[in-house]
Design a protein around this ligand. Structure first.
Ligand code: GCU
Length: 337
């Protein structure tokens, strides 16, 4: 059922090629004819209505202001330049300089990014931010260096919850359900342990269409802004707020391009990323609350009071089978108070 797991040797070869190409990519992003100004191309899969897109627009404005126009960012939204896996490869190869993807999409490149996918790892939102913005989150972001990328910031992507064409009343309803998963071994494992059938489909129009048809896939999981902006609520009007994982979005850039920037530009970029992330957190809260009302007005049945205990119990095997390294990370994350 899963396309994501096939062709891993081919993928590894592609990464090696991309890494080689990245070495040649230092000059990428220079505007050819304007006397030294540089333009960075940033592509992502969300629509231009999504709060994370709006935060990146803010980020681009701030970068322009802070560098007096020497550095500008051209944003392409709605998967115009490809799905997340392709965007990561393009950044590594230097054919685009920046992308914003889900941490889950980066697990294939940097294993530690998969920690955020672990079900019910974070006690609550405050715990999540304490980890993401503290030493552990910074350490994980720095690991992107091993995959030719520089991590600039996390953006809030809330918690992921299930939605389906059929009603969901508990963990048992997921058994045998064909659920779309991201390209993340941890997410795939989670679905399998729940007895669901994980189906790998790219986020974007293809997923929306497949959910409408309801044959290859009958359900998915995501946060409210993505559920709404992709229109998934139309075919899957049962939204079950179990909040099983808190996988943030991550803003990343090609490491060589990062290295080639002047110190002032790097500072401007980091400051703009951090300021836009703060702005986005506020936007996210406002939007999400508003969206629940809007979804209900469209006839969506939202289950807000979810008993997560049976899920946590059913998902124990995910933790029991972790390797020693990941187990160490989990202990460190749980110890953050
Ligand atoms: C979230 C995230 C996207 C990601 C999507 C997915 O919406 O913001 O970056 O593509 O999940 O489920 O693939």
């Amino acid at each position: 059922m899963i396309d994501w797991r096939t062709g891993s040797a081919v993928r590894r070869a592609a990464y090696a090629l991309a890494a080689a190409a990245a070495l040649l990519a230092g000059g990428c992003g220079r505007k050819p004819s304007d006397g030294g100004g540089r333009q960075i191309k940033l592509a992502h899969v969300l629509t231009d209505k999504h709060p994370v897109h709006r935060a990146m627009v803010r980020m681009a404005e701030l970068v322009k202001q802070k560098t007096g126009g020497a550095l500008t960012i051209d944003i392409r939204h709605s998967a115009q330049l490809g799905a997340e896996k392709e965007l990561i490869e393009k950044v590594q190869a230097g054919s685009i300089q920046m992308t914003k993807v889900s941490s889950n999409a980066l697990e294939a490149n940097v294993d530690e990014m998969g920690l955020f996918a672990l079900p019910f790892l974070f006690r609550d939102e405050a715990h999540f931010w304490k980890v993401a913005e503290g030493p552990i989150g910074r350490e994980i972001l720095a690991k992107l260096g091993t995959a030719q990328m520089k991590g600039l910031t996390y953006y809030d992507a809330g918690a992921r919850s299930f939605y389906s064409r059929r009603p969901i009343t508990g963990a048992g309803d997921l058994k045998g359900l064909k659920i779309r998963v991201q390209q993340s071994p941890t997410m795939i494992r989670t679905m399998e342990v729940l007895g669901a059938i994980p189906v790998g489909i790219k986020f974007g129009p293809a997923l929306t269409q497949q959910l409408e048809k309801g044959q290859r896939v009958e359900a998915a999981e995501n946060n409210a802004p993505s559920y709404w902006t992709e229109g998934h609520y139309k075919s899957c009007p049962h939204y079950y707020l179990d909040g099983h994982s808190r996988a943030p979005d991550v803003l990343v850039m090609n490491a060589n391009v990062w290295q080639s920037l002047g110190e002032g530009e790097r500072t401007a970029l980091l400051e703009a990323a951090a300021e836009s992330a703060e702005y986005q957190k506020r936007l996210w809260k406002r939007e999400t609350e508003r969206l629940y009302g809007q979804l209900e007005a469209k006839g969506v049945k939202i289950t807000r009071e979810v008993d997560t205990a049976p899920f946590i119990e059913a998902l124990k095997p995910v933790y029991q089978t972790l390797g020693p390294e990941r187990r160490g990370w989990v202990e460190r994350i749980r110890a953050v108070k």
